[in-house]
Design a protein around this ligand. Structure first.
Ligand code: PLP
Length: 392
């Protein structure tokens, strides 16, 4: 028996691969309208195109980013592929400009897929002394006339905050689109689309899921043409998120703001604490006055918080001593703070920077923390116990 109108308070999981379309006229109509709508019409065709459970989770993200459309994909990387690929139009494609301080996986995708396989003209924009020089940026884009510029609101692992608002204003002056990976700041701190950005991307694997148990991505925007292009590309490539993952994501997103605000406040307290530890040489956290982009963060995030990531470097007389302190810290905190290569989990987790980023950030004593939403006191106790033993 097919059951309709059950009084459930939430969208159920629709696992149908294909949906019933009744007759030829309805079928033709459904196919004709499909790429014009991220949500409606109600006639679903095939889950690789669009699925009601996925659409319901997308609506949740639209509320958070306050935008006209959101499209969920199977990972942050597939959201990035979709957002970028819709700007590729054969040999007429103009250069694509990427800020250098972006996720390492995105850089690898750019180098191996976009440059080597697809032969695209890729250009990079580099920060000077931990900050993006906006005069230099304007000079670069006015000469290069790229299709788009691609930035992350908060970079990884140096946590450079890009002045997305000003960058977008400059790009718009030259008719250049702006794509923002907003994973690290999340819409709770900043909504780039409200400042005129064209596409916002998230690795929903991180703060939206928030529990380290879903791999998903999303791209969002307001422009209808970009939406239609993205719907079509996602459908052709098959990047659409599964209904089961969409259901779990939507459920976990109910607590997103609670979790993320607590993570930001824990990170703020812990960064201040680490900044005073004698064995720590330097702490990178946009909430600290000594961070190269502290003032930008203060304005852009309106004092709500500064994200939940902290990078710090152990002091030492040479690289050997620094590595020793780093390794001892990792071992001492391992019961409570695990080495897990992701971020945005419920508990604080860490990554040794040199082991992951290699030559790009070769500081041997550096550790990146993704701060969780556990009790702050418990977190500081774990870190201080380790620091006291290292100080010895
Ligand atoms: N963007 C950022 C800023 C990331 O940190 C990551 C992954 O760590 C991605 C995108 C890719 O997301 P996913 O791992 O969900 O594909």
């Amino acid at each position: 028996m097919k059951r309709k109108d059950i009084n459930s308070s939430r969208m159920p999981v629709y696992r149908d691969a294909g949906f019933e379309l009744y007759d030829a006229t309805t079928t033709a109509d459904a196919f004709k309208k499909e790429t014009q709508h991220s949500r409606e019409p109600d006639l679903y065709i095939y889950s690789r195109y669009r699925n009601p459970t996925v659409v319901s989770a997308e609506e949740e993200i639209m509320k958070l980013e306050r935008c006209e459309w959101a499209l969920l994909t199977q990972s942050g990387m597939s959201a990035i592929d979709t957002a970028l690929s819709i700007f590729q139009h054969g040999k007429d494609t103009r250069p694509w400009l990427f800020f250098t301080e972006i996720y390492g996986g995105t850089i690898s995708f750019i180098e191996s897929v976009l440059k080597t396989r697809r032969g695209l003209d890729i250009q990079y924009f580099t920060p000077d002394n931990g900050n993006y020089d906006l005069n230099k940026f304007e000079h670069t884009i006015s000469g290069l006339k790229p299709e788009f510029v691609y930035i992350e609101t908060i970079s990884n692992p140096m946590l450079i905050v890009a002045d997305v608002s000003k960058i977008t204003n400059i790009a718009r002056k030259y008719g250049i689109k702006v794509i923002v990976d907003n994973t690290f700041s999340s819409p709770w701190l900043y909504k780039p689309l409200s400042d005129g950005a064209d596409i916002v991307i998230h690795s929903a694997t991180k703060y939206f899921s928030g529990h380290g148990n879903i791999t998903a991505g999303v791209l969002c925007g307001n422009d209808k043409k970009l939406m239609e292009d993205a719907i079509e590309y996602r459908k052709f490539i098959g990047h659409t998120l599964s209904p089961d993952d969409a259901y779990r994501l939507q459920t976990q997103m109910q607590s997103f703001e609670l979790r993320f605000s607590r993570q930001c406040s824990n990170a703020f307290s812990l960064a201040g604490y680490l900044n005073k530890i004698p064995v720590v040489k330097k702490v990178w956290f946009p909430g600290l006055k000594n961070h190269s982009t502290h003032l930008i963060a203060e304005i852009l995030f309106k004092n709500k918080g500064y994200g939940a990531m902290i990078t710090f470097d152990f002091d030492g007389k040479d690289p050997v001593e620094k590595r020793k302190r780093r390794d001892k810290f990792i071992q001492l905190v391992s019961e409570k703070i695990k080495l897990i290569p992701t971020l945005g989990d419920p508990h604080t987790i860490l990554m040794p920077v040199e082991a992951v980023w290699g030559a790009k950030y070769p500081e041997p004593g550096m550790i990146r923390l993704s701060v969780g939403f556990e009790e702050y006191e418990e977190l500081e106790n774990t870190v201080s116990m380790a620091m006291n033993k290292i100080l010895g």
